[in-house]
Design a protein around this ligand. Structure first.
Ligand SMILES: CCCCCCCCCCCCCCCC(=O)SCCNC(=O)CCNC(=O)[C@H](O)C(C)(C)COP(=O)(O)OP(=O)(O)OC[C@H]1O[C@@H](n2cnc3c(N)ncnc32)[C@H](O)[C@@H]1OP(=O)(O)O
Length: 253
């Protein structure tokens, strides 16, 4: 029974959450527990299955540097732009980001209640603002690409004063995985190939650009470049292969 509810939630989140259309105002599961609408949330998940209102981690907080805020403002302005013809909204969307995804997870069985309660998205599991991954993803649905503004906090140190390669891999996996999910539905990372070209100073703000390369059957290939915030310096380039899954895969079905 719990497994069936979990599968239902996963399917629903993927179906509703990643289509990014008409989320607000849907009358669906968990509606009674919804947070009050907030004007600065361009996209909200109306069917949030947990008791407390979700915090959107991709909104500005006090740890953001002026450069992070400037880039956020720049891409947010693109989200608000309307195209000339038909006065439609432009292709850019800011993606909200939450620190919990599912109560029910991998391994072919439901997690214990303790684990369910404690499970958090890896990139959003440090509550202290600015300590680890501060990032916001903007999606361009027309170009099938996205850009992530990423500020690397002090807990991500690898080489002295610079960002750990694993943390760089994590943000690349998250951004390319998000794009692949948006374009192809539920996927898992099958292969990530990363070239570290120049170190990223701790505390700096970089751009993570991702774009669709190709879709072949169940395989979605995404390319990625991490650059300085002015685009002048290449820090990292990467490719990711994502394989479409039936969500039952996560439950051992
Ligand atoms: C509910 C949500 C709402 C909340 C919203 C939250 C949003 C927050 C977003 C954050 C985003 C984070 C993104 C992190 C994403 C991970 O970190 S995922 C975790 C890391 N990845 C894993 O654990 C995956 C483990 N591997 C597997 O489970 C399986 O190997 C796979 C990848 C599913 C593939 O297995 P399979 O389904 O049996 O597929 P298989 O038949 O083996 O291969 C299919 C095709 O892919 C090819 N292939 C498979 N693997 C490879 C490989 N390594 N290299 C090359 N080709 C390969 C095969 O050759 C085959 O090709 P064709 O013959 O079709 O041409």
């Amino acid at each position: 029974m719990m497994l069936r509810q979990g599968l239902h939630l996963v399917r629903k989140l993927y179906r509703d959450g990643f289509k990014l259309t008409g989320l607000a105002g849907r009358q669906s599961l968990g509606q009674a527990q919804l947070p009050a609408p907030q004007p600065d949330r361009a996209l909200t998940v109306s069917s949030w299955p947990f008791s407390s209102p979700p915090r959107d981690y991709s909104l500005p907080n006090e740890s953001w540097t002026p450069e992070m805020q400037r880039l956020y403002d720049h891409y947010s302005a693109l989200c608000e732009a309307e195209t000339e013809e038909e006065k439609k909204r432009g292709p850019w969307r800011r993606l909200p980001s939450y620190n919990r995804t599912l109560k029910y997870a991998t391994g072919g069985r439901c997690l214990s209640k303790v684990l369910q309660a404690k499970a958090r998205l890896f990139t959003r599991n440090i509550e202290e603002p600015g300590a680890s991954f501060e990032y916001v993803v903007f999606l361009n649905k027309q170009e099938k690409s996205c850009v992530c503004v990423f500020q690397a906090g002090h807990l991500l140190e690898g080489p002295p004063g610079h960002v750990h390669g694993g943390a760089i891999a994590t943000i690349i996996d998250s951004v390319t995985g998000t794009l692949a999910t948006y374009l192809s539905g539920p996927v898992m990372t099958a292969n990530l190939n990363i070239n570290y070209r120049s170190p990223i100073p701790l505390g700096s703000v970089v751009l993570v650009h991702s774009a669709l390369e190709k879709v072949e059957g169940r395989k979605t290939s995404i390319s990625c470049r991490v650059t300085s915030s002015d685009g002048g310096k290449l820090h990292t380039d990467a490719t990711g292969l994502f394989v479409s899954i039936n969500v039952g895969h996560l439950f051992g079905a």
